[in-house]
Structure formats: C-alpha cells, structure tokens
Ligand binder design. Structure first.
Ligand SMILES: [Zn+2]
Length: 461
C-alpha cells in the first residue's frame, strides 16, 4: 500500500517546507517537491494543512493501580484516544509493587498491553523496591528495551525511595546507560502537612494543593540533581510544575549536567483555582505535583522556549469523578491522583503556537522529536524522513473545536478542559503507514500497535 500526502506544509523541529510525502508500507519512502507524480494507492489532500510527525507521549498511566482502584483507560481505550488526538506513540510506566521483581512487573505490563494497543508503545520501569535483585534487574530491563527508571521522592510507604536508595539506583543507571526519571516532591514533609490539614478538619480538594507547596518540589528537584551529580547519572524530572524546580533544572543544565525535564499541559493551562472549585468539583484536578498558582505558568512557557523544559507529556492518569474521585469525599488525601489528557496534548500545545508562546517548529520538537531522541526512538520516530516509521498527522490549523466529555474518546466521565475552545484539529492520522483516523472516523484497531524496544537516551554529554 502506497499513500501520497500532497499539498501540505511538512513540519519538523527545524522548520516548515512545502512537500509531498510518499508512504510505502509502514515507512516513509520519500519527501518530494510538491506536484511530482508518484504511483499511489491512496492520495490524501493536505492542502492548507500541516503534515507533522505523530506525537510521542512519553508519560502515560493506562490501567494503573492506585489506592485500591485503577486508572480507567485500558491500553486499548487509552491508545485509541491518543490516536484521535494525533499521538502515535506512548511510553507507559510498568509499576513494580513492593516485594516483586522488575522482570515479573515487565511481564505483567506486556500482558496488559501486548495485542491491545492501537498505536506503538514502550515502557519505562517504576522501581519501588531498591535491593540487590532489582538493581541487577535494571540491566535485564535495558536488554529488553526498557532503559528508563522512575523513582519517587513522594508517596512514603508506597513508591517512596530514600536518598540512599536513589543513590544506589543512580549509580547503577550511570553504569549501564540508564536514565533515572524522578517524581521530585518532598513526600516526608508533605505527609506531615497532609496529616495536619486533616487533623484541623481541612478536607476539601484544594488542600491537596495547599499541602504540597511548590518549594517542596523545588527542594526535591535540587536534591535529585545533587544525587545525580554525585553519581554521574543522567536525570529526567517528570511532570515539572513549579518555577522553583525549573530554576534548579536550569542551573544544573547551565553547568552541563545531564539533567532534563518535562512539563504537562495541565500545568500550562490549569491552576490551583481549578482545585478550589466547590462541591468536590476540585477533585477532578487532583494530581501530583498539584496544579499551581497561575504565576507559575509563564515560567513554564519560558522554560519550553529556553529548552530547560525539553518535553511535554501528559501524565495521563484518568480516574472517573463518579466512584473513583469520590473515594476522597471528606478526605482529600484519598482522592486518586491523576488527570486525563492523552487525547488533547497536541491540540493544547498548538494553542501555544496560536498564542505566540512557542513556534511551530518548537511544537513539533517538544511533542515528538525530542521525546523520540530522549527515549531512544529516533529516527524511527519523531521525524518525517525517508526510512522513518510512517507515523504522520495531518493537522488543520484553521479548524476549531470545543473540548468536552461529550466528544472525547478517553474512558473517563469528565474533561479537565470542559468547554475550552481550540483552534486547530487533527484531520488524519497514520500509524506505521496505516490510516487510523480520517474524516472523523476511527479506522485503527487494538493490536496494530507494536512494542518498541528503545535504544539509550541520545542527549547525554
Ligand atoms: Zn506519572
């Protein structure tokens, strides 16, 4: 099957060109000057539209266990929603439960995802039990294409790792070419603040934000950077939300240290005012780190321009309002943490282009090209080049849409962006040469998506 995409503006992380794109089978065969005739079985007219590499969401949580429940998207529903929104690769987190091995964790996540994904997918490994066995198993994970390891300075008693445990895992990562990903919040201090709030009868969702001050994200980020420096390990700060944390990352990067960070759309567009919505509505916005006061948003946009923030991922972790978020009525600390968003990342960041916050090239870079290079998928993913996988989005920059639970495809009963007006809309999506979205219809299928065995990070000094 040969598909010709004609008349569009092909975007990359370095700019835009008028070109036609020829897809042959699962890969891109050629970029050519507009109008050269090729034999093709199907022609997609992209006149007036952008043609860009499919989005790579490097931070999702499908079917993730949390506090006695599960995030509500399966690998099938979550990857289908991703495709609708122009994302053609996800990297999800396999979650080690304490007392289990990394290998059994990886096997378990393969059994959830394999044969069920509509788009390609890879895994990171969450290491919650640092011991001799799991440290050795980090190498076997790398051998199986999983070379990024997430650790937590938050959630004592669940995922929390001590500084000593982090140090040991970082030493190992430095040794084997692994990348340590860090949830950087001071969970020990936060738990005290949470206990005090509950004791004083402050139980509403907004307390989730008030008990996790941005300074404690800044402190943990600095500490993680120091531990990375001591061990020589590369470090990737996940879901950075606070100006203090960004300053720490920028300072480390200025010294040449291998420190990287991502932020998420919710930190760019939502704030603690959403968490403060009455009638438990704020629970829809509970995630960690929490939504911040609005003034942090300008810092984050600036970080995206300076590349101190290199990637935007969603931390997609959908819990329904009914029955799931409601577990925390009367006790904000029992609200499952997570905000749905895998479907809307490309659109929300295109709004950043519309608003003049970032350039078109930067839009492509932070949503596709950099995640591909950061997580060892480039040039198979993240670029429209001959030989690359034909993961392609045709995007209509003039179309308008309104985000809503009525129209989204994520398996969750609310939208964190309900009613938001968006300029731009996904028109057509190809995943490895197969048209999966076209003309407001879904043509993909569970099982089309393949597991991606990833190479090492391509940004290390
Ligand atoms: Zn996460």
């Amino acid at each position: 099957m040969r598909i010709l995409i004609t008349g569009g503006t092909v975007l990359s992380s370095t700019g835009a060109v008028q070109a036609d794109v020829l897809v042959d089978g699962e890969t891109i065969a050629a970029l050519s000057a507009p109008g050269i005739s090729w034999d093709a079985d199907k022609v997609i007219d992209a006149t007036g539209k952008y043609v860009l590499p499919g989005g790579i969401d490097a931070h999702t949580h499908m079917e993730m266990p949390f506090g006695g429940t599960h995030s509500n998207d399966t690998f099938e529903t979550g990857t289908t929603a991703a495709a609708w929104g122009g994302t053609t690769t996800i990297i999800d987190f396999a979650v080690q439960a304490k007392g289990t091995t990394l290998q059994s964790t990886l096997d378990k996540w393969h059994s959830k995802a394999d044969g069920n994904c509509a788009i390609d997918y890879g895994f990171h490994m969450i290491v919650s039990d640092v011991n001799e066995t799991s440290l050795k198993e980090m190498q076997t994970c790398v051998d199986q294409g999983v070379n990024s390891f997430k650790m937590f300075m938050a959630y004592p008693g669940v995922f929390y790792a001590t500084d000593g445990e982090i140090l040991r895992a970082m030493q190992k990562a430095a040794d084997i070419g692994g990348l340590i990903m860090m949830h950087a919040e001071n969970g020990i201090a936060i738990d005290e603040l949470v206990a005090q709030a509950l004791q004083e009868g402050r139980t509403d969702p907004v307390q989730h934000g008030l008990t996790r001050p941005s300074a404690l994200e800044g402190e943990a980020t600095s500490r993680a950077i120091t531990l990375a420096k001591v061990t020589g390990s590369p470090l990737y700060i996940v879901h950075l939300s606070a100006a203090e944390a960004l300053n720490a990352v920028a300072a480390a990067r200025n010294t040449g240290q291998n420190v990287f960070a991502e932020t998420c759309p919710q930190y760019l567009y939502l704030s603690i005012e959403d968490l403060a919505k009455p009638d438990f509505e704020g629970s829809k916005y509970v995630a960690s780190p929490p939504l911040r006061p609005k003034e942090h948003q300008a810092s984050l946009w600036n970080g995206l321009r300076t590349n101190d923030l290199s990637v935007v991922s969603t931390d997609h972790c959908p819990f329904c309002f009914n029955e799931q978020k409601e577990l925390g009525r009367g006790d904000f600390s029992k609200i499952p943490n997570g905000i749905p968003g895998v479907e809307h990342r490309m659109d929300l960041l295109h709004q950043g282009v519309v608003a003049g916050e970032i350039s078109l090239a930067r839009w492509v870079e932070i949503t596709s090209t950099t995640p591909a290079r950061m997580f060892g998928l480039y040039p198979r993913k993240g670029t429209i080049s001959p030989g690359s996988d034909a993961d392609i989005v045709v995007y209509d920059p003039q179309a308008t849409q309104t985000l809503s639970v009525e129209t989204h495809h994520m398996n969750v009963d609310y939208s964190a962006y309900e009613g938001m007006q968006i300029t731009g809309k996904v028109d057509t999506v190809l995943s490895r040469g197969r048209v999966v979205v076209e003309g407001n219809a879904f043509h993909g299928s569970a099982g089309h998506g393949q597991f991606l065995s990833r190479e090492l990070c391509q940004y290390l000094n």
